[in-house]
Design a protein around this ligand. Structure first.
Ligand SMILES: [Zn+2]
Length: 313
């Protein structure tokens, strides 16, 4: 009789112990769940798919410290997203929404990165000339009146129209390219090279008087903002072609395939006016040196975008 009672209470005790353990485990699981990033992110308004993207990006901390925003993830998933530009991306998106424009996140990133989202010639600053051949001069980065481009040399009539000048290193590269093209019966000729500040002023004013400043701005740089003032840019054409039809020539085709082997890139490509600020110029080439020229071409980016993402540090 006593033995059986003992056995019974042992069973009850074990059952209670088991129950306590189950309850404890459940509490632990529950607490773990409600303190998890996943749970908190869902509470903030992100769905399951977004939560897993956030975790994949390792951005839990950022998202947990900020209110829900539908733009964060699409921006951060873009290849050329730059953390330092986040607020500018968001305010540009806000502007686009106010204007009832469609949001293309890739364009938002590109435009903000190159600073074109506020309009050209806005928030300009002096170009970082310490970067040497990598220097970026565009409608946001200017050269001062007294900028010293280094050794500028006269170009021979063999390679250029009368009186053209260019930086020595660029001249050497151009001669090498000219000779290589010549072997394939292509005759490359420089139509414009180094232009100093005063010459650019004269040129721009002529265009402005003729076409008005709004139109002149689409094809000519304001003084200080011309890449030609670096001594690193050349306008290249071939005999018999005008600048306007140059992109229909074999010379242009040859440059498309080979120019980076000599350190030159096409600087103002087609359909990139919204980033470069210039209409397509099949004749304007920028010297960057062989390595960088190849990298820029392979990236498929304009130099403005490439610089903003990789070099502006
Ligand atoms: Zn040019």
């Amino acid at each position: 009789m006593k033995k059986r009672r003992l056995k019974k209470s042992a069973i009850i005790a074990s059952a209670i112990a088991a129950l306590v353990i189950i309850v404890l485990i459940s509490i632990i699981i529950f607490v773990k769940h409600i303190t998890s990033s996943e749970y908190k992110l869902e509470k903030l308004g992100y769905n399951e798919k977004q939560v897993s993207e956030i975790i994949k990006l390792k951005k839990e901390k950022f998202f947990l410290n900020n209110d829900y925003n539908e733009n964060y993830l699409p921006l951060m998933n873009e290849k050329y997203y730059l953390e330092k530009n986040l607020n500018n991306y968001l305010s540009y998106i806000k502007d686009l929404k106010t204007e009832k424009k469609k949001i293309n996140y890739s364009d938002v990133i590109s435009k903000v990165n190159v600073k074109a989202s506020n309009g050209f010639y806005k928030n300009t600053k002096e170009a970082d000339t310490k970067k040497g051949n990598e220097v970026l001069v565009n409608k946001f980065y200017y050269l001062t009146k007294d900028y010293d481009p280094g050794e500028i040399v006269d170009m021979s009539n063999w390679y250029a129209f009368e009186g053209r000048k260019i930086k020595k290193e660029v001249y050497d590269a151009f001669i090498e390219m000219h000779n290589a093209a010549k072997k394939e019966k292509i005759n490359l000729i420089a139509n414009s090279g180094y232009r100093d500040y005063n010459y650019q002023t004269k040129l721009y004013n002529e265009y402005k008087d003729r076409d008005g400043s709004e139109y002149a701005d689409t094809y000519a740089a304001r003084p200080g903002y011309s890449e030609h003032q670096t001594g690193l840019a050349l306008d290249i054409v071939s005999y018999g072609a005008t600048m306007e039809n140059f992109d229909k020539t074999d010379a242009f085709k040859w440059l498309q395939e080979n120019s980076t082997d000599y350190g030159f890139i096409l600087r103002y490509p087609k359909d990139k006016e919204y980033l470069t600020g210039y209409s397509y110029e099949s004749w304007h080439y920028r010297y960057l040196g062989k390595d960088l020229a190849k990298k820029v071409k392979d990236s498929g980016l304009t130099y403005d975008e490439y610089y903003a993402y990789y070099l502006d540090k």
